[in-house]
Write a protein that binds this ligand. Structure first.
Ligand SMILES: Cc1cc2nc3c(=O)[nH]c(=O)nc-3n(C[C@H](O)[C@H](O)[C@H](O)COP(=O)(O)OP(=O)(O)OC[C@H]3O[C@@H](n4cnc5c(N)ncnc54)[C@H](O)[C@@H]3O)c2cc1C
Length: 323
């Protein structure tokens, strides 16, 4: 059952920020994650601030220079279906098309997808785990088959978003508004690891709202893709995934960004794999060596060693798709 809370629907961004500055307030966008968290008492709220009336946070537009602006309230379905985006920033359109189910893509927003809370069963269950302010991560000794193989320290959640790794690979900028004004944060600085703070997944401070996401124009010769493997053939979170964006000239890769999903508490960039790709032709041999480099340094827990091979295969498949 949902606990009682106040529900407000501000008419302006300024009003929304004022409402959010009160203790115990939370943003409500599509509600697909928030309502589950409240129902399951993962956290409590005093005030739910619906931003769904703020039309300035909606919509996706491609500028003349090829850059793209996506309002935080734009639905995942709109992003997946946008023909212009599929042509210019395919990794994001593909990632959006692989999020959840059609119903959830129609209701869920990009801002909510980036700010959704982790799916760890200890965090979501009745455990006073480190992320909820307790003093231990139950995944370390418990059932950890879906947990992190990179970047876990004291907490081994995996970041649940499919769009986040694509945004990091595309060098997106996240625009934020809050009580101290507006600021912009590169996507690769937006998400934080447990080593910085166990209790949150991003840099948002009290009262701050993601307002829009800006994708820079891609250089000529850039291709991108997002691949993910899930436990079920239909909708599900990634067990392992990879966003790859590469720019080629004269048949060789000049620049590459590879960002993993489903394997770390934040989208996980793999510089060794990027280095293994630069200067190479996109072919089966390159795909194998880049995939091997992408799993270097993985530290599986007792029950998730299978993710290493799964990830290797996913990266190889993504590079082959680009070729
Ligand atoms: C069954 C199921 C399967 C799913 N599968 C996948 C999957 O395969 N891949 C995947 O990526 N996701 C998956 N999801 C997650 C789903 O995509 C998210 O629930 C959705 O994107 C969240 O968007 P929303 O607008 O509904 O967010 P809400 O539920 O409204 O908000 C989610 C969180 O983000 C905060 N928030 C929302 N908007 C903003 C903003 N603009 N600024 C600051 N904070 C904000 C809220 O306060 C809340 O804490 C799944 C969810 C479910 C329930």
């Amino acid at each position: 059952m949902l606990p009682a809370f106040a529900y407000v629907r501000p008419r302006s961004l300024k009003d929304a920020i004022t409402q959010l500055a009160t203790p115990g307030a939370r943003v409500h966008a599509g509600g697909t994650d928030l309502m589950g968290c409240l129902r399951d008492q993962v956290f409590t709220v005093e005030r739910v601030v619906s931003i769904s009336g703020l039309d300035e946070l909606r919509g996706l537009s491609v500028a003349g220079d090829g850059s793209v602006r996506i309002g935080a309230l734009t639905t995942i379905a709109e992003i997946a279906a946008h023909a212009g985006l599929k042509a210019t920033h395919a990794a994001l359109a593909q990632a959006a098309s692989l999020v959840a189910s059609p119903q959830l893509r129609n209701q869920g927003t990009l801002g909510g997808n980036l700010c959704q809370r982790p799916r760890c069963w200890y965090f979501r269950g009745e455990y006073d785990c480190a992320r909820k302010g307790g003093d231990m991560c139950y995944a370390i000794l418990g059932d950890n088959r879906y947990h992190a193989i990179f970047g876990g320290s004291g907490c081994f959640i995996v970041h649940p978003s499919d769009t986040a790794p694509a945004l990091v690979a595309l060098e997106a900028v996240i625009r934020i508004a809050g009580p101290n004004g507006a600021r912009s944060v590169p996507a690769d600085k937006f998400f934080i690891l447990p080593s910085t703070d166990f209790t949150r997944e991003n840099v948002l401070g009290p009262g701050e709202i993601v307002t829009e996401i800006v994708l820079p124009a891609q250089p000529r010769g850039t291709r991108g893709t997002y691949h993910k493997v899930r436990a079920r053939g239909s909708w599900d979170f990634a067990l392992a995934g990879a966003a790859v964006v590469a720019t080629t000239a004269d048949g060789k890769v000049e620049r590459a960004r590879i960002v993993l999903s489903g394997v770390a508490p934040a989208p996980w960039r793999v510089p060794d794999a990027e280095k293994a790709l630069v200067g190479k032709r996109l072919n089966a041999r390159t795909a194998r060596s880049v995939a091997a480099a992408s799993v270097k340094g993985a530290q599986p827990l007792s029950e998730n060693g299978y993710k290493v091979e799964l990830l290797r295969g996913t990266v190889e498949e993504a590079i082959l798709a680009l070729a």
